[in-house]
Design a protein around this ligand. Structure first.
Ligand code: CA
Length: 367
C-alpha cells in the first residue's frame, strides 16, 4: 500500500506521522556513547597497518551510528610503540593495535598469536583463531593483563629479507649482523648471527652503511617503500620466520566487558572484516611491487637453499621448545598450536599444496 493511500484509509494526518518520526531519535539519544583513544605500534601513515587501524576506527563509528568514536594515535603520538600493551592494560587508553610478538618479554605466549617460524600460513592461523580454539587461548593468555584481543590483520607470507651477501649455507649466518625481531631473531641467533634491534627509521641507513649485513621488514610493498634495494643486492625468500604475521586489536577488558552485546558484536565483526581486508590488501599489492623491484630496480631475487631452510627449521623447533618452557601458558599454547598445525597441514598438503604446485608455473616471474 502506498503511503498516501495508507494515511487516507487510516485517517492519520501527515502532521501526526511527522511528529512520531521526530519523536523517535529522542529514544536513541538516551543511549550511552563512548569516546575512546586507540594507540598503535605503527608509524603514521604506514600502509595497511596504521591505515588499517584508522579504517577500523572509522567503520566502528559508522556501524555504531556514532555510539563509539575512536581517536587513533600512531606510535609516539601519545605513547611509544612498545608501551601500547601497558597503556591499554592499565586503562590509560581503551584500545590498542599492534602485534603479539612485541610483548614477548612480558607475555612469552603472545608470540604464538603473531608469527611463528615455519608456522601457519594466513589460512591456517585464521582457521586456528576462528574455528580451532586459538582465539579462546589468546583471550585466556591476555585476560590476566586486563585485555581482550582480536585478530585485526595479516601480512601474508613475508619475504626472507635483504642481504648484502649471498646466503649459501647455514654457516653464512655466523657473525651475520641482522635486524630481525621475534622468534625468527632467536633462530638467527642460534645459527650464530648477531641480532640487532633497530627502530624502523634507522634500518635503511644502518644497512646502507654496513652497520648491519641484512634486514627483514615485511613484503615487497613495504620493502619497496623503505628503499632497501638501494642498500642490499639480494632479496631472499621465503619468509620462513614470519609466514603469516597476525596483527591485533586489543581492548581494555573492563571497557569491553561493560559494553552492551550489540556493540561487542559490532567490534568483533569489524575486527574480523579488517583482518580479511588487510590480508586482501597485501595480496593485491605485493605481486606488482615485486615486479617493480625486479624489473625497475634490478633486484636479485633469490630463494634460500633447501638445506639451509631445513637447518633453520630444526633450530626453530628448538627455539619454540625453549620458549614454551618459559611458563605454563606458553606450553599450553605451543601444544595446541602444534596439534592444530598438524591437522591443517595434512589437509593443506592434499588440497592447497597440490593445487598450487599445479598452477604455480603459470606465474613464474620474468625479469
Ligand atoms: Ca617482518
Amino acid at each position: 500500500m502506498k503511503r498516501r493511500e495508507f494515511l487516507k484509509k487510516t485517517g492519520i494526518s501527515a502532521a501526526a506521522v511527522a511528529s512520531a518520526t521526530i519523536a523517535a531519535p529522542t529514544v536513541w539519544a538516551k543511549e550511552k556513547t563512548y569516546q575512546w583513544k586507540m594507540v598503535t605500534t605503527w608509524p603514521p601513515n604506514l600502509p595497511i597497518l596504521q591505515t588499517g587501524a584508522e579504517r577500523f576506527a572509522k567503520r566502528v563509528e559508522i556501524a555504531t551510528n556514532g555510539r563509539i568514536k575512536i581517536h587513533v594515535f600512531a606510535a609516539g603520538e601519545l605513547v611509544p610503540a612498545l608501551e601500547v600493551f601497558d597503556a591499554v592494560s592499565s586503562g590509560t587508553v581503551e584500545v590498542g593495535s599492534g602485534a603479539g610478538y612485541y610483548w614477548a618479554g612480558k607475555v612469552p605466549a603472545a608470540q604464538w598469536f603473531s608469527a611463528v617460524p615455519f608456522g601457519f600460513n594466513p589460512q591456517g592461523i585464521n582457521s586456528w583463531f576462528y574455528s580451532g580454539g586459538g582465539l579462546e587461548l589468546w583471550e585466556e593468555t591476555y585476560a590476566p593483563f586486563n585485555l581482550v584481543p582480536r585478530p585485526q590483520g595479516n601480512t601474508g607470507v613475508q619475504m626472507g629479507g635483504w642481504f648484502r651477501k649471498q646466503m649459501n649455507t647455514i654457516d653464512d649466518f655466523k657473525g651475520l649482523k641482522m635486524r630481525i625481531p621475534g622468534l625468527g631473531g632467536k633462530v638467527v641467533a642460534k645459527a650464530g648471527g648477531t641480532v640487532v634491534l633497530l627502530p624502523g627509521g634507522e634500518i635503511f641507513t644502518s644497512l646502507e652503511r654496513g652497520v648491519i649485513d641484512a634486514t627483514e621488514w615485511v613484503g615487497p610493498l613495504h620493502d619497496l617503500r623503505m628503499g632497501f634495494y638501494q642498500a642490499a643486492k639480494y632479496y631472499y625468500y621465503p619468509g620462513w620466520h614470519e609466514p603469516s604475521t597476525c596483527l591485533e586489536v586489543i581492548f581494555n577488558k573492563k571497557v569491553y566487558d561493560d559494553l552492551p552485546a550489540d556493540l561487542k558484536t559490532i567490534l568483533d565483526a569489524i575486527a574480523m572484516e579488517t583482518n580479511l581486508w588487510s590480508l586482501s590488501e597485501f595480496e593485491a599489492s605485493n605481486g606488482a611491487a615485486l615486479q617493480e623491484l625486479i624489473t625497475k630496480h634490478k633486484v636479485e631475487l633469490v630463494r634460500f637453499p633447501e638445506e639451509l631452510l631445513n637447518k633453520l627449521r630444526v633450530m626453530a623447533e628448538e627455539v619454540l621448545e625453549e620458549e614454551a618452557n618459559k611458563d605454563a601458558m606458553s606450553r599450553k599454547v605451543h601444544e595446541a598450536y602444534k596439534t592444530f598445525k598438524k591437522q591443517v597441514g595434512i589437509w593443506g598438503t592434499v588440497a592447497d599444496k597440490a593445487y598450487f604446485d599445479l598452477i604455480a608455473d603459470k606465474y613464474s616471474l620474468k625479469a
